[in-house]
Design a protein around this ligand. Structure first.
Ligand SMILES: [Zn+2]
Ligand SMILES: [Zn+2]
Length: 451
């Protein structure tokens, strides 16, 4: 696996004063001064208590501020391990009008992300080592956060022949996925599990029975009936997930279920886990905070696949997150050109942006209004996703490379897509009020974003 480490800018020298240092994996929740020297966390010390003596092979400690470090007055703002997104559509190569490596990683940094994993449903599809290698090369020059790339499961994502799994694994793929569409052919999925197992990488599955989903454009429910829109039943997801998990179990292979949207899918995942299957799963910010009732507005930015589900499904997803059954939150960041969304709902493209709004909407709707403890949210956005696919885990610990985000949880702001770093504007959260604005992101020891 190759993680392209952001190399833009120089290694940071910072003194972040009086932050609420919050790293749930390490049981840390304290007011402290955090020093970053040459990109590395050199000390985490009680406020005003200066620096702890340097230890191990950490860089030589110097007095606060005296080393020429930039001082950042955090004043109790939340300092967390940087976020990791397993599900970003960077639209590169092919649709650089919607997103590219520069804008996509800038959007990630603005959302507090230090690492993102790019989906392979590009033009051309990332289904061989040469496309993958050229992307890795481009990321080295253009990315402001770390990037890992998934390879496709099938050639051209056509679902007929296996893509070059071996070669792509060697070239640095982090996982394999035909996301954007399901793997319909069970025999092909089986072969993909066998190949991925041999190279030690997971498959990331977009579970959808295309015949059940048919021409649906939203969740099949009372809402779709009232709107007269074709629905996508939950069974389109849960039936496919059940089959995919059965094949994974038989092959004893690692599987990650993308964007779980229904309570019945959750049931299949829980049972598979109990049966010993190595399954991880993700849920998106929009499925955690919005339901199909929002679709009465016929706002095309609320059209995504899987669709926004019932309020009961939404609540079940939130409970699963709070209980720790959901390994991670992934954005399914899906940029679209204006003409793909400025159409009647039925004709609009599926997908919403997610990187720049994930933490604020989740913090505001799930943590502030109760239900989900802050430690669950932070873990599901940082260490959870890293662990699911074996990426390095961001940690607020002395001696670690600085991968962190500083967040203002007090000031309320309006979500305004016009101000996004992303090249696209199709946000399901446009116009909402939120708290949890990211003020600073340090990725791979370099300042990737500051407000
Ligand atoms: Zn998908
Ligand atoms: Zn996707």
């Amino acid at each position: 696996m190759t993680i392209t480490i952001a190399k833009r800018g120089s290694k940071a020298n910072l003194l972040i004063k009086d932050a609420r240092v919050f790293d749930p994996e390490r049981g840390v929740d304290m007011r402290a001064d955090v020093a970053v020297e040459r990109g590395q966390i050199s000390s985490i010390a009680p406020v005003g208590k200066g620096r702890s003596p340097h230890r191990g092979d950490a860089p030589e400690a110097t007095d606060s501020g005296a080393s020429g470090a930039e001082i950042i007055e955090a004043a109790g703002r939340l300092l967390v391990p940087g976020f990791v997104d397993l599900h970003t559509h960077l639209r590169t190569p092919g649709r650089e009008d919607e997103e590219d490596l520069t804008s996509g990683t800038a959007a990630a940094a603005a959302g507090g992300y230090v690492t993102i994993c790019a989906m392979p449903n590009t033009e051309p599809v990332v289904d061989n080592a040469s496309v993958l290698s050229s992307l890795i090369e481009r990321a080295e020059a253009e990315a402001s956060v770390s990037v890992a790339f998934l390879g496709a499961i099938s050639r051209g994502q056509e679902g007929i022949r296996l893509a070059d799994i071996w070669d792509m694994a060697e070239a640095g793929a982090v996982a394999f996925s035909d996301d954007g569409r399901p793997v319909t052919d069970g025999g092909l999925l089986r072969a993909a599990f066998q190949a991925a197992k041999l190279v030690g990488l997971p498959l990331v599955l977009h579970c959808e029975d295309s015949d059940l989903a048919a021409t649906g454009v939203m969740n099949e429910s009372e809402v779709s009936a009232r709107l007269g829109l074709a629905g996508i039943p939950c069974s389109a997801e849960s039936a496919a997930a059940a089959r995919d998990l059965e094949i994974a179990a038989y092959e004893d292979a690692r599987v990650h279920i993308a964007h779980v949207s229904c309570v019945r899918t959750l049931g299949h995942i829980r049972r598979a886990r109990e049966g010993g299957v190595t399954v991880t799963c993700e849920v998106t910010p929009h499925h955690l905070t919005l339901s199909d009732e929002e679709v009465f507005s016929l706002d095309a930015n609320l059209k995504m696949n899987p669709p926004l589900r019932s309020e009961a499904d939404r609540q079940a997803l939130v409970e699963a997150l709070a209980a720790g059954d959901m390994d991670c939150i992934a954005t399914d960041h899906a940029p679209h050109a204006p003409q793909e969304k400025e159409t009647p709902f039925e004709e609009a493209a599926f997908g919403t942006l997610g990187l720049e709004t994930a933490f604020p909407v989740l913090y505001t709707r799930l943590v502030e209004s109760g239900g989900v403890p802050l430690e669950r949210l932070v873990a599901a956005m940082s260490t959870g996703p890293a662990r699911a696919v074996g990426l390095p885990e961001p940690a607020l610990e002395e001696g670690e490379e600085a991968n962190l985000a500083l967040i203002d949880t007090e000031e309320e702001f309006d979500i305004e897509p016009a101000r996004f770093q992303s090249k696209s504007r199709n946000s399901a959260f446009s116009g909402q009020k939120a708290k949890g604005k990211v003020k600073l992101t340090v990725a791979a020891g370099r300042v990737a974003y500051r407000l």
